[in-house]
Design a protein around this ligand. Structure first.
Ligand code: FES
Length: 325
């Protein structure tokens, strides 16, 4: 029996080259009910049968992400604690990092995998086979990364760095408002690279501690109609309210801290309820593979949702353990 209701979430890796993964092997698949110890009556997956793929593949993981030591092509500072690395990852991996929401596990050469830090891909240079990442050196892992000058270990890409990704491909989504603060400029640049020349983009950028030169280096003014704002200032919040209520964007992308994500998300729901919402995935990502449980939150019915793998629809986004609607 196939259920008619849409699933609450979709595993970001379902049906990709990374599926079936270790969760299938251990009987904890997020998508295939049979590979989670139930029967097919619970299946609402519209793609190629994951159970069949698993059996055809000898009940093994299809393709795990491998760690690579890659050269640092360029390192540049954008403020006291913000560093941009350009990494030579090869054209194949750069192409896999093109989609917004892609991120890499990155660590310093001196440290073990335990010290992997999930870092968003800011820009994928498909011709050169480079990816650009922006790091804010705020604690042990990221401060160690900031010291590196020659090589870094990377693993990935992982795909669930943004929530609400379905609206990027929806044909009715023609106009995007992006609100980005501080390090959130990194996914904003990736989004602009993906959407440019196909969709209309309006960007309200609050660089905070990040050097504004970053916006110029990625020509954000050309990719999007850009206004610099300070989200701590009431007149700029009023500008944002005006933009949301009058421009009727089809989707609003929020690349900010949880505080602004919640405050601006409520604003969108009130002033432009038809708009989809895309947000940075601010949950605590550790393994990125659905294994460690660091990112788990409880859904409305008490079900466990692993935020490193589960792609929620824009209107179902969770803010920590709270469902917005
Ligand atoms: S980060 Fe480990 S399960 Fe999600």
């Amino acid at each position: 029996m196939i259920q008619n209701h849409p699933p609450l979430f979709q595993c970001i890796d379902a049906g990709t080259e990374n599926c079936p993964c270790s969760l299938a092997v251990s009987g904890n698949c997020l998508t295939c009910s049979r590979l989670a110890g139930k029967d097919c009556g619970d299946c609402d997956w519209p793609g190629v049968c994951i159970y069949n793929e698993f059996m055809q593949n000898g009940q093994k993981i299809k393709s795990s992400r491998e760690e690579m030591l890659v050269p640092i092509v360029e390192k540049k500072s954008y403020g006291d604690d913000t560093i941009r690395f350009i990494l030579d990852v090869g054209k194949g991996l750069a192409a896999k990092c093109f989609m917004p929401g892609s991120y890499l596990m990155i660590r310093s050469r001196e440290l073990s995998e335990y010290y992997n830090a999930p870092i968003s891909v800011m820009f994928a240079d498909l011709e050169k086979g480079h990816v650009h990442v922006l790091i804010k050196a705020i604690s042990f892992k990221t401060k160690q990364l900031a010291e590196e000058t020659e090589h870094l270990y990377i693993k990935g890409p992982y795909k669930n760095g943004l929530l609400g990704l379905a609206s990027l491909k929806a044909p009715q989504s023609q106009s995007f408002l992006i609100v980005a603060k501080g390090i959130g400029l990194s996914p904003a640049i990736k989004m602009a690279q993906y959407l440019k020349s196909r969709r209309q983009i309006r960007l309200l950028a609050d660089p905070a501690q990040v050097d504004r030169q970053l916006l110029a280096d990625y020509s954000l003014n050309q990719e999007a109609e850009t206004t610099l704002v300070d989200l701590m200032e009431s007149q700029d919040l009023e500008l944002l309210r005006q933009e949301i209520s009058t421009s009727r964007h089809s989707a609003v992308c929020l690349f900010t801290s949880d505080y602004f994500l919640s405050a601006i998300g409520e604003m969108v729901k009130e002033l432009c309820p038809a708009a989809d919402i895309v947000t940075a995935n601010n949950f605590n990502i550790c393994c990125g593979e659905g294994v460690c449980g660091a990112c788990s939150v409880a859904g409305e019915k008490g079900e466990t949702i692993k935020m490193c793998k589960c792609q929620l629809a824009g209107k179902d986004l969770l803010r920590r353990k709270v469902v917005w609607e």
